[in-house]
Ligand binder design. Structure first.
Ligand code: SF4
Length: 308
């Protein structure tokens, strides 16, 4: 039997942000209703009955659900480790942060944070004042005992110049591990393509500076979505390497999306692609390539070059 390392559970697409780069987008939000409390509890039961020790609760935004604490409590009682993907705005209320941490003192949080500049963060999140709420939310969670905090920054034309400062800012906020993600062209980011898209070659230097700075500051830093050949000496930062380890150990990472249940190992090749020239690359066997739309829609500017 294949071990399940981790289960992602999408609670629903409703959100209090409307990020310009959100891959869900308005269309999918309208199409798929949020999961009911009992559906989510059944999925948590199934996770508990499988070999998964960990569940990642994703949205939309889980904290805006009226049953958020009930779900947290249920997962905790099942003995599951919960990682919550969130914009952290709800935790700007001390009461909210304290309650969450008292229900699950082992809660792990992955916060979306895209710039240290309030105006840029607000613009990307689609909500004025969200920078201060997210920042306060994270500080409150730390105040009430949050031990494991990671952050995800999606790179676009609007924030690439702030990547290094953002890395420093996140470190000062108490972030242990950060992810710098190559934007997909899907959902809102497709709608806002002209405003957001920037070729990798135009921000590679900013990316490398941010990776260097994060490492100097002792923060674990990962990239996500970047082919190894675009990362130079930083290719060890690719988060895909960790995923490979999971699969090599014959474990699964399951995504319980609203419309389907996805085995990530099987899904990965369908959302990424490589070039013909990749066959001569020494990373060919382990590299997933780049988001498929970058190749299919001609968005590359010579960044993919086989490493020999
Ligand atoms: S296989 Fe292709 S995309 Fe991957 S690192 Fe090599 S050249 Fe780049």
């Amino acid at each position: 039997m294949v071990d399940i390392e981790c289960q992602n559970i999408t609670l629903g697409y409703s959100c209090n942000n409307n990020c310009l780069h959100c891959v869900i987008g308005y269309g999918a939000r309208k199409l798929y209703p949020d999961r009911s409390t009992s559906e989510i509890k059944s999925l948590l039961d199934a996770s508990h009955d499988s070999s998964a020790k960990k569940v990642i609760l994703i949205g939309g935004e889980a904290t805006i659900r009226p049953d958020f604490f009930e779900i947290l409590e249920y997962a905790k009682k099942l003995g599951l480790t919960v990682c919550l993907e969130t914009n952290a705005r709800a935790f700007c209320s001390e009461h909210f942060a304290r309650k969450a941490m008292s229900i699950d003192p082992d809660l792990e949080v992955m916060a979306s944070f895209h710039s240290n500049v309030p105006e840029i963060q607000d613009l990307l999140a689609g909500v004025k004042g969200s920078f201060y709420q997210s920042r306060k939310g994270i500080l409150n969670l730390k105040k009430y005992g949050l031990r494991k905090l990671s952050a995800d920054t999606v790179i676009s034309r609007l924030n690439y110049k702030t990547l290094s400062d953002t890395a420093g800012f996140l470190k000062n906020l108490g972030v242990d591990e950060s992810y710098l993600t190559l934007m997909r062209i899907e959902g809102n980011s497709r709608t806002n393509f002209k405003e957001l898209f920037i070729p990798i070659k135009d921000f590679q230097e900013n990316l490398f500076d941010a990776l260097d700075l994060a490492e100097r500051k002792g923060m674990m830093v990962n990239t996500y979505g970047f082919p190894y050949c675009t990362l130079g000496k930083h290719c060890r930062c690719a988060a895909e390497r960790k995923l490979l380890r999971i699969f090599r150990e014959n474990k699964q990472h399951i995504f319980n999306e609203l419309c389907q249940r996805i085995d990530w190992q099987k899904e990965r090749p369908s959302i990424k692609a490589k070039l013909k020239s990749c066959k001569s690359c020494r990373h060919f066997g382990i590299c997933e390539g780049i988001w498929r739309e970058y190749i299919e829609e001609g968005l590359l500017c010579g960044e993919i070059n086989p490493v020999v």
